[in-house]
Write a protein that binds this ligand. Sequence first.
Ligand SMILES: Cc1cc2nc3c(=O)[nH]c(=O)nc-3n(C[C@H](O)[C@H](O)[C@H](O)COP(=O)(O)OP(=O)(O)OC[C@H]3O[C@@H](n4cnc5c(N)ncnc54)[C@H](O)[C@@H]3O)c2cc1C
Length: 408
Amino acid sequence: MSAQRNITVIGGGVTGLATAYALLRDGHMVTLIERRADVGQGASFANGGQLSYRYVHPLADAGVPREALGWFLQSGSPISLHLRADPHQWRWMLAFLRACNARTNARNSALLLQLALSSQAEINQWRSEGLKDFLWRQPGKLVVYRDAARFRKAAAGVNNPELEQVLSPAECARVEPAFASLAPSLAGGIFSPADEVADCHRFCLSLRDAMGGMPGFNLLHGTASMQAGTDGRCEVLVDDRPHDTDLVVLAAGVESRQMARPLGFDLPLYGLKGYSLTLRAAAGTMPDVSVTDYDNRVVYARLGDTLRIAAMVDIGARDASVNPQRIARLRELAAAALPQAGPYDTAQPWAGLRPATPTGVPIIARTRSPNLLLNVGHGALGFTLSAGSALRVRDLVRSRTMAAAPMA
Ligand SMILES: Cc1cc2nc3c(=O)[nH]c(=O)nc-3n(C[C@H](O)[C@H](O)[C@H](O)COP(=O)(O)OP(=O)(O)OC[C@H]3O[C@@H](n4cnc5c(N)ncnc54)[C@H](O)[C@@H]3O)c2cc1C
């Protein structure tokens, strides 16, 4: 617990809400600013629902550029590229390519694992104190591989059999019988029994409701902007009117980049578009375990009585609109892998922009602006990392010096 501060968190997605909650629990006064009519309507709305604490490898890895070239040439592949006359896109992609090596991937995976495990412990603490109604379960996660070389590489990286188990195709079918028909086309799988699933949007609403009952919380609906004030301090405006605050935490997802520009920051954030389908499947047809079909990069999670299926990375999307061809492809992949859970034509489509850094590691840091902290860039793992990232911000606020420090 540190001296009470009046803190403003910008962005009511899972990152901003978890941050606000951690700061309120630490005794601060917190104003959360969200520009939409309600919280959790951005990338946090209908994501894959996986709390993937053990499987946190960033997308940037050795071999990915070569594999991606193949994908870019095929229609319907997991990753698509729309090249634009946009220097930011090229800079981001160059930085991504620089991170595509085994050493950087191993280092960043270790950083993410540490953050993910602290997140798991903290969400469980919050649950034990009464945070509820977000369809949380701990069924474990099974990553299945069709390609033998990819499976061998993944299996070689397993070093703690209590946390991750290497399975044969027959064992994969035993762990999750709903995918048994896939077994003949599998090379094998990795099962992480302690991984969890939950509904990210409901988690956002649960955090909003919990904070609504806590002293010192204020949810402000409006559009925030930031500008440089005296001594490089960050001044916040809400709907163009000055907003008084001691400290600011920027957690506005992919829009954080534009917001930070007036202060002279060029954050390496890029929106990677992904898609999901949500359907009410008949009882007994859904997988219990959360499953990642690695070669197709499709994830499946049962959330209450619905099935959430999420996939795809579109580089160069202008906005989060649903592309009908990509959604049709996702329906096709799901119908082939899990035919009994359909019909998929009634499934609810959605698209969102993952706020991604090139390395996959979020930026949780002080800045040279003495009252501004960043909690941005959680990419494909924002739900998984939300509580751990919130604790990092809490610790930065606790640490006595909020003086200039280099950004991560
Ligand atoms: C298809 C897909 C599947 C995914 N699956 C998973 C998964 O299974 N597990 C996992 O851990 N992660 C997953 N993710 C990633 C995860 O959803 C994101 O990392 C996470 O939601 C990012 O949260 P955020 O709060 O940073 O951003 P957002 O949820 O986008 O929130 C940012 C908020 O800031 C608000 N805002 C923006 N500008 C302003 C402004 N000027 N003033 C006020 N408010 C503003 C926005 O309205 C928005 O509400 C997935 C993402 C996608 C797209």
